[in-house]
Structure formats: C-alpha cells, structure tokens
Design a protein around this ligand. Structure first.
Ligand SMILES: Cc1cc2nc3c(=O)[nH]c(=O)nc-3n(C[C@H](O)[C@H](O)[C@H](O)COP(=O)(O)O)c2cc1C
Length: 223
C-alpha cells in the first residue's frame, strides 16, 4: 500500500493546530507564515547548543524558547540553496530531498572546533514530507557527535510522521546518546514511502514555544 499522497497545503491549518496543542496556551505566532529573523550563530558560551532549521518561524520559536530557559547557545542552519519564501512552493524539491535521502548543502556550517565544545545539542526541524528538513541531516553528518547528547524536536502539521522524522535524526547520529533514549519501533524506517502503522504514541514533543518549558521539565533538562 502506498503512503497517502500528500497535498502539502493540507498541513497549513494543521500546523496552526499543532502550535496550539491542548496543554499549551496559544503560541505567540500568527496564523500566517512568518519568516525566521536574522541567522543565529553559536557563541561558544554554553555547553548546550540549540541547532535548528526553520522556514516559517515555528521551529525557530521553540528553539528560542529553549535558549531562554536553558541559556544554551543557538545556531540556525541555513540552506546553501535557500527554499522559497513560502516552502509549499518548493514542495516537490522538499519531497525529492526527503524521499531520496538527499543532503542539501548548508550555507553556514560552524567550524568543527566550535561544535566539539558542546555536550548537548538540541536539533530542531519542521517535519517535511515525514522527515526532517534534509539540511539538518547534512549539518549533523558534518561533525563527530560521538558521546554527545542529541535531543531532537520538531514542529509539524500532523503528528502522524513524527516518529519517522525522529528516527532519521537518530539514524544520522548513530554514536550519540539521545533523549529520549529510545523511540517507538518504526516498522519501515528505511522506506518512508511505505506506511507503517501509526507509531507516534508516547513521543513527547512541545506543540509550541509555550509548551516548551513543561517539555524541558518532563525530559529532565530543567527543574
Ligand atoms: C513542503 C512541506 C511539507 C510538509 N510535510 C509535513 C509532513 O509530512 N508532516 C507534517 O506533520 N507536517 C508537514 N509540514 C508542515 C510543517 O512541518 C509545519 O508547518 C512546521 O511547523 C513548519 O516549521 P517552520 O515554521 O519552522 O518552518 C510540511 C510543510 C511543508 C512546507
């Protein structure tokens, strides 16, 4: 059976729902897309880094909230070949990158020495065609992340593909420790075009910037 054919604009209203999940007060985001503001670059002041990609601002809002709450450094991953201002206009490109496991270039990779100084790296991405934005994988594979703690977070339009997206982060950081340590089993981790049963139950994820603090407490990052 083929995975449902996606009409990406269907994700638009769902994204807004995800940004206002039940345990959160409404996210400080407009219902319209927002463009992430200026690039963020790691300063090297903390042992924790929040590295994220965001096209429309939702993932950036969560990333910035993590920084506010933890004092982590922040780094926004930028694609060498930028996506359309409205990424839905680039849906075919994004699907091709996801389905063929491509590694689009990153415009602003930090030096290896800078990344080496972090113990913990939050990795944020939108869920794009049931995968992370593939530039996030390009970033992760550019470094030796052995023994670092990698904590993925996603914003998404529907929770259905969260596990597949998470699995990809774990797969490209095989020598890292992860939070959570394990994920629900994904029956088809290698072929994202073939659906498995729903398998996202139990994955803890902030639905919005406003849900981030409770999430960080639940996963033990802050008290
Ligand atoms: C091309 C495209 C594909 C998408 N595919 C998915 C998907 O497979 N699953 C999902 O839950 N959301 C999907 N979305 C919705 C995004 O994950 C959601 O809007 C996300 O919050 C955007 O994050 P950003 O604002 O940081 O860019 C897609 C969005 C776009 C533009």
């Amino acid at each position: 059976m083929r995975k449902l054919f996606f009409i990406p604009f269907l994700f638009l209203p769902l994204t807004t729902m995800a940004a206002c999940s039940s345990d959160d007060t409404p996210a400080p985001q407009t219902e319209q897309s927002t463009t992430p503001d200026d690039p963020d670059n790691p300063s090297g002041n903390s042992k924790t880094l929040v590295a994220y990609f965001s096209a429309q601002g939702h993932t950036q809002a969560v990333a910035k909230r993590i920084v506010e709450l933890t004092g982590a450094d922040i780094y926004r991953i930028e694609a060498a070949d930028p996506y359309a201002e409205n990424p839905y206009d680039d849906s075919d490109r994004i699907q091709n990158e996801a389905y063929n496991d491509l590694r689009p270039g990153v415009a602003n990779l930090p030096d290896k020495e800078i990344i080496a100084q972090y113990d913990t790296i939050f990795v944020g991405s939108p869920c794009w065609w049931h995968q992370p934005a593939m530039v996030v994988c390009t970033f992760l594979e550019a470094y030796d992340l052995k023994d670092k703690v990698v904590i993925p977070f996603f914003t998404y339009g529907a929770t259905t593909y969260l596990n597949e997206s998470m699995q990809k982060i774990y797969k490209v950081t095989p020598e890292s420790k992860h939070l959570p340590e394990t994920l629900p089993e994904d029956l088809n981790p290698d072929d994202i075009t073939i659906p498995g049963p729903p398998d996202d139950a139990g994955i803890d994820m902030p639905g919005s910037a406003n849900g981030t603090e409770a999430w960080l407490r639940r996963i033990g990052i802050i008290k």
